[in-house]
Design a protein around this ligand. Structure first.
Ligand SMILES: Cc1cc2nc3c(=O)[nH]c(=O)nc-3n(C[C@H](O)[C@H](O)[C@H](O)COP(=O)(O)OP(=O)(O)OC[C@H]3O[C@@H](n4cnc5c(N)ncnc54)[C@H](O)[C@@H]3O)c2cc1C
Ligand code: FES
Length: 387
């Protein structure tokens, strides 16, 4: 006797073939030979080489930040892990460049991704997003990518999220995922901002904390002189200890500008938190690269060097990343994280010297064969590179 499923499928267009296929798969497992021409399609849907996105809604979050809701032009968005980012490409003043933005919406919502962009003073792309981008604009992007997400095998169930400024965005996605799923994971969010007005998602986070016992939210204001109930100062060891209570058996996730991450990392060290229990996502590195430890004393940062790439010679300023110089010259190399993590922007340094800030990790093979991450390499002599 036929099952209800067989009756329904049998009446569909190509229903008989579909039923036969189901039977084959049941008996023999998935028939990869028959599917061989579809492999690219199947893999491509999950790990798309590029995403064609369209802005379908824009919301102002604070005076200096907006959320952009992005739908796929092809109707399909790959799944992502809460905490991952997409790298959005755009052309501004004739220069094609990109910036990574964490997905701030829940991974359970697959009809769209949302990214929330905060204004960086004189920021090339953030200014553009906040002042020029409108509903209907289209963008290419790559990702979702990144390792800043919960891992049930290695991470504790008690999560301490510590955000600075726009670093709240991946946590918005992670918190929503946990609360929507009804998981009983304990979450503490400590959010550091200058004052309440610039705290992104603040009202929404307060509301979520009111409705869920397993989510504790604390805003910490560093520059506010107004009377308020929020904690004031920086997120130091004392603050973390008082707000989190028991510090053992927690995984700590830090996200925000480099300076804040370094400060909080030292606080956690003071509290004897093991480095393996700290996960970090850096949103922006310091602007004054020439003040980094190890920067050559005889360079001011304003020097312009010649970079030879094949038959082209371009100018590159010492205090700007090699990637920026290459993009400005209209040369496109692969790129994703723009923060030294993913290795996609690797180029071979044929001759010359670059400065790389501390903490930039190169694979052993890259180091051995002379590859560098162009997003985190600053020219300090004339160079020749290959990509
Ligand atoms: C994985 C990842 C996820 C990110 N997600 C988000 C996000 O969800 N929302 C968001 O608003 N931004 C996010 N960023 C930062 C974003 O990619 C851009 O760096 C930011 O928008 C500034 O770009 P810009 O072109 O406006 O500034 P640029 O013109 O590139 O930078 C201007 C100067 O500001 C410095 N700078 C850049 N970013 C910062 C920063 N965050 N804090 C302090 N100084 C900075 C740079 O060193 C530079 O010298 C993320 C970054 C990474 C690496
Ligand atoms: S773009 Fe990821 S390492 Fe440079």
């Amino acid at each position: 006797m036929k099952t209800m499923k067989e009756i329904i499928i049998g009446e569909m267009i190509n229903g008989k073939e579909t039923l036969q296929e189901i039977e084959n798969v049941r008996k023999n497992g998935r028939d990869l030979i028959r599917e061989k021409n579809k492999t690219k399609e199947i893999v491509g849907a999950l790990h798309a080489e590029s995403l064609d996105l369209k802005v379908i809604e824009i919301r102002e979050e604070t005076k200096g930040s907006k959320t952009f809701r992005l739908a796929s032009k092809t109707g399909y968005l790959p799944p992502f892990q809460a905490g991952q980012y997409i790298n959005i490409f755009t052309v501004i003043e004739g220069v094609r460049t990109s910036r990574p933005y964490s997905i701030s919406s829940s991974p359970k919502q697959r009809a769209y991704y949302e990214v929330t962009v905060d204004r960086i003073e004189k920021g090339f792309v953030s200014d553009y997003f906040l002042d020029k981008v409108k509903v209907g604009d289209e963008f290419e992007a790559n990702g979702p990518a990144g390792e800043f997400h919960f891992n049930p095998v290695f991470h504790y169930d008690k999560s301490v999220f510590i955000a600075g400024g726009s670093g709240i965005t991946p946590f918005n996605s992670m918190i929503k995922e946990i609360l929507e799923s009804g998981a009983k994971r304990e979450i503490h969010l400590i959010y550091g901002c200058r004052d309440e007005e610039v705290a992104i998602f603040h009202k929404e986070l307060e509301e979520m904390a009111r409705n869920h016992d397993n989510f504790k939210y604390n805003l910490v204001l560093s520059e506010s002189d107004k009377e308020c109930n929020f904690r004031k100062g920086f997120i130091d060891a004392k603050c973390i200890k008082e707000l989190v209570g028991v510090l053992d058996d927690c995984t700590y996730y830090l996200c925000g500008p480099e300076i804040m991450i370094e400060f909080v990392t030292s606080a956690l060290k003071e509290l004897k938190v093991r480095p393996k229990d700290i996960r970090r996502e850096m949103f922006g590195s310091r602007q004054d690269i020439e003040n980094e430890p190890g920067w050559p004393k005889d360079l001011t940062g304003d020097e312009v060097f010649k970079v030879t790439i094949g038959d082209r010679v371009i100018d590159a300023r010492a205090n700007e990343s090699l990637l920026t110089a290459v993009e400005r010259a209209g040369i496109h190399i692969n790129v994703c994280c723009r923060s030294g993590e993913c290795s996609l922007c690797r180029v071979k340094l044929v001759s010359g010297n670059v400065f790389m800030p501390k903490g930039v990790l190169l694979r052993l093979a890259d180091e051995k064969f002379g590859y560098i991450h162009s997003c985190k390499a600053y020219p300090i002599s004339d160079l020749e590179i290959m990509y």
